[in-house]
Ligand binder design. Structure first.
Ligand code: NDP
Ligand code: KPL
Length: 317
């Protein structure tokens, strides 16, 4: 691979998502640098281990691991794999690790994440959203369990690029991930895609915490199944009120797809059991506010949010 074909990639937050995609990119020959926090010592010593139902057991050792963003070499791509709860503190971290004109990709769930980070970032950086359709979680320091799926879709959010340059940057992101064997696509409307993904995450992430169960249990019990459908319908209405087209029978398609999935505990469930802050702002408060501003109430979502806030406040160390 030549230098132009081998851009330098920084992983900001090496958890399940950052570790999974970073490991695959590094094993495909890209120059990948990983920012870590609590798992730095374990990963520096033993590397990253991926137990994947799709790719098998893969390791990356040694890992180009860092405790501080200031120590990373300037990166052409920064893939942000932190939970959105860390976003208020991320702008200086990103700025410290970014090469001039770097592309920053938020590999996160939720609404409004790019809008909230953008004003805090240097103007010369390109900001993209990357939506990950994957079931993956951390199973110990540097150990990642990959249960299913893995596709990523990319959309340009903001930055100094012209329309044709934006397209080229999205294509470059797709090419990067595709070269690592990851199913990757560009998307025309990042805002719409974020809402469509929330139709799944709003019911399942929160109810998994509240009702202490994975997708199989939630889908099997009649009341929780009805509730999931009703919450999905509210999020669909919220998306539509905000001006986004939603495919016909979209909620029914997601319910059917979830029925076909092996039992899955969403990332919010792991955050709750590990006593980490829940992504309530990006997954609940931001869509509730956007829908309300568009004249659409989502009462079941509001109640779910209030109950989760109660649990979250009592759960943090
Ligand atoms: N897991 C999944 O299957 C999916 C997740 N998503 C979304 O992807 C995003 C990431 O989720 P996931 O990978 O599960 O999260 P994890 O909790 O597994 O990983 C987050 C990582 O970010 C690190 N981190 C947080 N703040 C900082 C910081 N300031 N400096 C350095 N490192 C930091 C954490 O370190 P530490 O250990 O110290 O906290 C941790 O390693 C979320 O928005 C989630 O909703 C989307 C689709 C599927
Ligand atoms: C919806 C799902 C399970 C697969 O697309 C996912 O990506 C998530 O947990 O956020």
């Amino acid at each position: 691979m030549t230098e132009t074909q081998r851009p330098r990639i920084g992983i900001i937050g090496t958890g399940a998502i950052g570790g999974f995609y970073g490991l695959l990119l590094a094993r495909a020959g890209f120059d990948v640098h990983f920012l870590l926090r609590s798992e730095y010592d374990a990963v520096a010593e033993r590397g990253l281990l991926l137990n994947s139902a799709v790719h098998g057991a893969l390791t990356l050792h040694p890992v180009q691991a860092y405790r501080s963003a200031a120590d990373l070499p300037p990166c052409d791509w920064l893939l942000v794999g932190t939970k959105t709860t860390s976003n208020p503190e991320l702008a200086p971290v990103i700025a410290a690790a970014a090469a001039e004109g770097a592309k920053v990709v938020l590999l996160q769930n939720g609404l409004g994440v790019e809008e909230e980070l953008r004003p805090l970032l240097p103007e010369g950086l390109h900001l993209l959203g990357g939506l990950c359709y994957i079931c993956v979680h951390r199973d110990g320091p540097g150990v990642i369990e990959h249960q299913a799926l893995g596709a990523v879709t990319f959309g340009y959010h903001s930055g100094p690029a012209s329309t044709s340059e934006q397209q080229a940057i999205v294509e470059a992101a797709v090419a990067l991930f595709s070269a690592a064997g990851i199913d990757a696509k560009g998307m025309a409307n990042l805002g719409q895609a974020r809402w469509l993904k929330l139709v799944w995450n709003v019911p399942y992430n929160g109810l998994a915490v509240l009702l202490d169960g994975g997708t199989t249990k939630l889908m099997k019990q009649a009341d929780s199944r009805v509730l999931i459908g009703a919450i999905m319908d509210e999020v669909v209405q919220g998306a539509q009120a905000c001006g986004h087209a939603v495919p016909e029978n979209y909620a029914a398609q997601l319910l059917a797809a979830t029925d076909r999935m092996a039992d899955y505990l969403p990332s919010m469930y792991h955050d709750y059991t590990q006593r980490r802050p829940l992504e309530l702002h990006a997954i609940y408060a931001a869509p509730l506010a956007a829908a309300a501003a568009a004249g659409c109430a989502m009462p079941r979502v509001e109640m779910l949010y209030q109950a989760l806030r109660f649990l979250d406040e009592g759960n943090l160390d």
